[in-house]
Design a protein around this ligand. Structure first.
Ligand SMILES: NC(=O)C[C@H](N)C(=O)O
Length: 339
């Protein structure tokens, strides 16, 4: 055997050991089951367990040593603070162990970007974390889940994915959790990466990276969720013509610790909205101004904190985390400029 291995060494053929990738399942359409194989809507999300997901793609064992854990099994509109905190804590425990090289999280696509961005801000490791979902249930003809899962495991086990922050893999594309967003209700190519592009792609069975995420993430943020059992309450208020002030009053009266506005255009609100924002800020409730447009940067605002290019749902995640550290609006503003 020793002479064989030395010949293999000479030829550069020594067997590389497979990476250890853990799959944490939370439900969603990737684990969805419909009554017929042509049904792509009206199915039950989160119906299939993690072992069945793994067994459906036997090729996974060619690229990684896999094990699975069921964290939840719900449609992603039902992912809540408990699941977010459980997930972030579990990811941090697993990644601190030498025998975990990367993590894949299976998730519904509806709120995938919120969980991915939460982890992007709270994971304390450089090891790859990949969030993956599917648009067609597991029972559908041409279900996209199996290939998405295969690609996600490949990306999570790759040395070149280290230090990139939390990644989202669907439809052969690799995006940063900071930028990626669901942009279409039903189509397979629903995940887009703002207008600044994806980090890379999987093509010809290989991972190709072209870009880096320059905003700070994971080990560079101050957020530590290890002892947290709840998160501050942050509500999103949608801006429109005749937006009434009672939305703000209702949020404040129901204990909001912070408010994100999904304003029009560059974060604008009606004069009624702007007036009430001033009052809310005077009460000590920080207000972050995001936009309902879905693309672009909300620039500096004298009335509240600009969300930068974070959409309202991601601005909410960052404001919740910011409030676990500080209530100083200048520090919160700095987080929105850096992350
Ligand atoms: N495609 C999907 O995963 C949608 C599903 N309703 C979910 O988010 O759980």
């Amino acid at each position: 055997a020793s002479s064989t291995s030395s010949v293999q060494d000479l030829l550069g053929m020594q067997e590389e050991s497979l990476p250890n990738v853990k799959i944490l399942a939370t439900g969603g359409t990737i684990a969805g089951s419909a009554a017929s194989n042509t049904a792509t809507t009206g199915y039950t999300a989160g119906a299939i367990g993690v072992e069945t997901l793994i067994d459906a793609v036997p090729e996974l064992t060619d690229i990684a040593t896999i094990s699975g854990e069921q964290i939840a099994n719900v449609g992603s509109p039902n992912i809540d603070t408990d699941v977010l905190l459980t997930l972030a804590k579990r990811v941090n425990v697993l990644l601190a162990q030498d025998d975990t090289d990367g993590i894949v999280i299976t998730h519904g696509t509806d709120t995938l970007e919120e969980t991915a961005f939460f982890l992007h801000m709270t994971v304390k490791s450089d090891k790859p974390v990949v969030v993956v979902g599917a648009m067609r249930p597991a029972t559908a003809i041409s279900a996209d889940g199996p290939m998405n899962l295969y690609n996600a495991v490949k990306v999570a086990g790759a040395e070149k994915s280290v230090g990139k922050g939390v990644l989202v893999v669907l439809n052969d594309r690799i995006g940063s959790a900071r930028m990626i967003s669901k942009t279409n209700t039903t189509m397979l190519d629903t995940f887009q990466s703002e207008e600044y592009g994806f980090l890379g792609a999987i093509a010809g069975g290989e991972i190709h990276y072209y870009q880096e995420m320059l905003r700070k993430h994971t080990t560079e943020t101050p957020f530590d969720v290890s002892e947290l059992t709840e998160l501050p309450q942050v509500d999103i208020l949608y801006g429109y013509q005749n937006m009434p002030s009672y939305l703000f009053e209702a949020a404040a009266a129901n204990g909001a610790d912070g408010i994100v506005t999904a304003g029009s255009g560059n974060g604008s609100l009606s004069s009624i909205g702007s007036e009430v924002v001033k009052k809310v800020i005077e009460k000590g409730i920080p207000v972050v101004r995001a936009s309902r447009v879905g693309n672009g940067i909300v620039t500096e605002t004298s009335n509240g904190i600009a969300a930068d290019s974070l959409n309202p749902q991601k601005a909410r995640i960052l404001l919740m985390l910011a409030l676990t550290e500080t209530d100083d609006p200048e520090v919160i503003e700095q987080y929105f400029n850096e992350f």
